[in-house]
Design a protein around this ligand. Structure first.
Ligand code: MUC
Ligand code: MG
Length: 392
């Protein structure tokens, strides 16, 4: 494990009056639409263009921070859409934050909590941009706010989600050949369970170099489907089953988990700390997928990791297909966690034909590398942003 060099002595000379210098002067939001490299299918949504909201925050000292609010194909994976995120930030969150010092980020999170319930993607992106601006001011990497990076790279898997086994085999072989990914997550639930198993069998046979195979049914299976098909998943060497049942079916998840030879991962079922604690206590799964869009802030994401572990769940670095901005935000937290046994799934930066940052995150030797530099460590590409900003 390589220890990155982190300068823990901020240049306070640049902050003669921290509250005044880091006061929020301006918050802007832009909807961005990036063409994907291929169609990405989930049980309840699909997309060929990935839309997200870019949040920009400028402080009184002139420093700018950025954040990304992700959705998957409209208000389908969760209730937020890019339009609702933009409206909630512009109208309900941003006005109350103008003049607030970024240096008092706990107060800012509390203010956002009072201004809007849930709307976690909106709050998460806004907090990211504020913390990016603050840590750029302090000339510290964002991870310093979470105790500092314990690792400079995290294992990263790739998701196979076109539904066409032959295309998926070709895609996975290219990832293996380039030593980018050797763990794969197969999206299930948009076909029948029998078709899912046939596709998985083909992928398992065709990918002898695959290390770890996990599946995500995105709430698309029933309890009976699980009982019928778990033995086949076990025989195919599946390591983890993510959210097979509807998110609110805690009892069903607990019954399936109790009988399953394969660990279950809790995803859509648990957003809040209380939901995480409850899912763990009820035995709904033994792994938890950490996501900014569920926690509603990076501070809350770091807390969610502690709650999940205390409730008996191992940690998995989840995503909502964020690009490099959102992935760098997650990485700042993931890198500071004492344990992250399942690595992460931030393959999103490679899902677009082009990104809106000048320095997309590096995936090499099966790992996603923590960017260096202050703040998030990624810089906006204004030309790309102008090209892909949605005008309507
Ligand atoms: C999810 O449910 O995990 C993350 C990767 C992917 O393919 O879909 C997302 C959402
Ligand atoms: Mg999932």
């Amino acid at each position: 494990m390589t220890q990155p060099a982190v300068d823990l002595a901020p240049d306070f000379a640049r902050l003669r009056d921290p509250d005044r210098d880091t006061a929020i002067r301006e918050i802007t939001t832009t909807i961005v639409a990036l063409p994907s490299i291929r169609r990405h299918r989930l049980s309840n949504t699909e997309m060929s263009t990935r839309e997200f909201v870019l949040v920009r925050v400028r402080l009184e000292n002139g420093v700018e921070g950025i954040g990304e609010a992700a959705v998957l194909g409209g208000p389908r994976w969760a209730e937020e859409s890019v339009e609702s995120i933009k409206a909630v930030i512009d109208r309900y969150l941003a006005p109350g934050l103008i003049g607030c010092p970024a240096a008092q980020w706990a107060g800012i999170a509390a203010r956002m909590g009072r201004a809007a319930i849930r709307n976690n993607a909106a709050k998460g992106a806004l907090e990211t941009a504020i913390l990016d601006a603050l840590t750029r001011t302090l000339e510290l990497p964002l991870a310093a706010l979470f105790g500092g990076a314990l690792r400079d790279r995290v294992p990263v898997l790739w998701a196979l989600a076109s539904g066409d086994a032959e295309q998926e085999l070709e895609e996975a072989r290219a990832k293996l050949d380039r030593r980018e990914h050797r763990d794969f997550k197969i999206k299930l639930g948009f076909a029948t369970p029998e078709e899912d198993i046939a596709r998985l069998t083909r992928l398992r046979e065709g990918l002898p170099g695959m290390a770890r195979l996990i599946v995500d049914a995105n709430q698309g299976w029933s309890e009976a489907d699980c009982r019928r098909h778990l033995p086949a998943l076990r025989d195919l060497g599946v390591s983890l089953i993510e959210q097979p049942l509807p998110g609110d079916d805690y009892e069903g998840m607990a019954r399936v988990a109790a009988q399953s030879p394969i660990p279950l991962m809790v995803d859509e079922a648990a957003f809040t700390h209380r939901e995480i604690a409850r899912a763990g206590a009820m035995g709904c799964g033994s792994v938890y997928s950490l996501k900014l869009v569920k926690s509603g802030g990076l501070m809350a994401l770091a807390e969610a990791a502690r709650v999940a572990e205390a409730a008996g769940m191992e940690l998995y670095g989840g995503c909502l297909l964020e690009g490099s901005i959102g992935a760098a935000a997650h990485l700042a937290v993931f890198a500071s966690l004492p344990r992250l046994p399942w690595g992460c799934e931030h393959f999103g930066p490679r899902m677009h034909r082009r990104e809106i940052v000048r320095d997309p995150l590096l995936i090499e030797d099966f790992h996603l590398h923590l960017p260096t530099g202050p703040g998030l460590g990624v810089e906006l590409d204004e030309d790309a942003l102008a090209e892909f900003a949605r005008s309507d």
